[in-house]
Design a protein around this ligand. Structure first.
Ligand code: BEZ
Ligand code: FE
Length: 285
């Protein structure tokens, strides 16, 4: 018989997981037990509080489905998603930022220079970039996966008034790593607050706004994939993102531009906004 006491409980639980074969998983489970027990000890967690915590997780599970993960949102508003992003940063490489819930694989492939504006209201933006390694060598095999919200703040998946795949695409860069696409200025957006994460934001008197942003995933063979965002420096919410995704290097000017030749080439209005985005990828480890 093992008499479980307050002083041997944590070590006993840890050793119950010591036969996990995968060393990394064993370490993660060990540290999870350690910090969960330390949390409960430090806060003197009561039965009522623990039950409420479990009920909160139940509500998160109930509202989640294939197209909505309340657990991801929880990780985002707790800053855990951003912590993992920041720890994965490599010197010289473009900084990462949160993926968010509206990325779905399989966006339509379009040619470099595509115009996504179609029937969308909003100010027209020309997004131009160049994908290189951290020494500045162009990565001719890089691909861009792009998505953003419409002028009403919604992503196409949330909004029946938008056509399927509105404002999202994939692009192959050219031989010199360049890419460009015409789109609209993104809008600030409220993260979903109808679930338990909304309860947490409300009791904390926290805002649910995310600053206006483009989402981009950049991939190139032999290089670390980059999941990042580009923020509009004119949006006041860059000061206070509900999910802590803003990095100074990703906040870009949306510069008013008139360039007749470019406007003609890409089917833009005479006055448009231009955003430049240099992207550097680190080699895969
Ligand atoms: C978004 O970018 O749309 C987003 C990111 C994190 C949580 C919710 C939404
Ligand atoms: Fe987003």
């Amino acid at each position: 018989m093992k008499n479980i006491t307050r002083s041997n409980l944590t070590d006993t639980v840890k050793s119950s997981f010591s036969n996990i074969d995968d060393e990394r998983l064993k370490h993660l489970v060990n540290r999870l037990v350690h910090h969960l027990h330390a949390f409960a000890t430090e806060t003197k967690l009561t039965h009522d509080e623990w039950r409420e915590g479990i009920a909160f997780m139940h509500r998160a599970a109930e509202i989640s489905d294939a197209s909505r993960s309340e657990f991801t949102l929880m990780s985002d508003v707790l800053g855990l998603s951003s912590l993992v992003d920041l720890m994965a940063a490599r010197p010289g490489a473009t900084e990462g930022s949160v993926l968010g819930p509206f990325h779905t694989r399989g966006s339509p492939w379009v040619g470099n220079g595509a115009n996504l504006v179609r029937d969308n209201a909003g100010e027209v933006v020309l997004l131009q970039g160049r994908v290189t390694d951290i020494e500045g060598k162009p990565l001719a095999n890089a691909t861009i996966d792009f998505w953003q919200n419409a002028d009403n703040g919604m992503y196409w998946q949330m909004d029946d008034s938008q056509p399927q795949d509105n404002l999202r695409c994939q692009i192959k860069v050219d031989a010199d790593g360049h890419f460009e696409l015409a789109t609209i200025r993104p809008r600030p957006y409220l993260v979903p607050t109808d679930g338990p994460v909304g309860e947490l934001l409300r009791v904390s008197h926290r805002d649910a706004w995310r600053p206006a942003h483009f989402h981009i995933i950049v991939e190139a063979p032999g290089y670390r994939s980059l999941i990042t965002e580009v923020f509009d420096d004119a949006d006041p919410w860059v000061e206070k993102d509900a999910v802590f995704g803003v990095r100074a290097s990703l906040v870009r000017p949306f510069t008013p531009t008139t360039d007749e030749a470019t406007a003609k080439r890409l089917g833009l209005p005479a006055h448009y906004l231009k955003v430049d985005l240099p992207i550097a990828l680190a080699r895969a480890d």
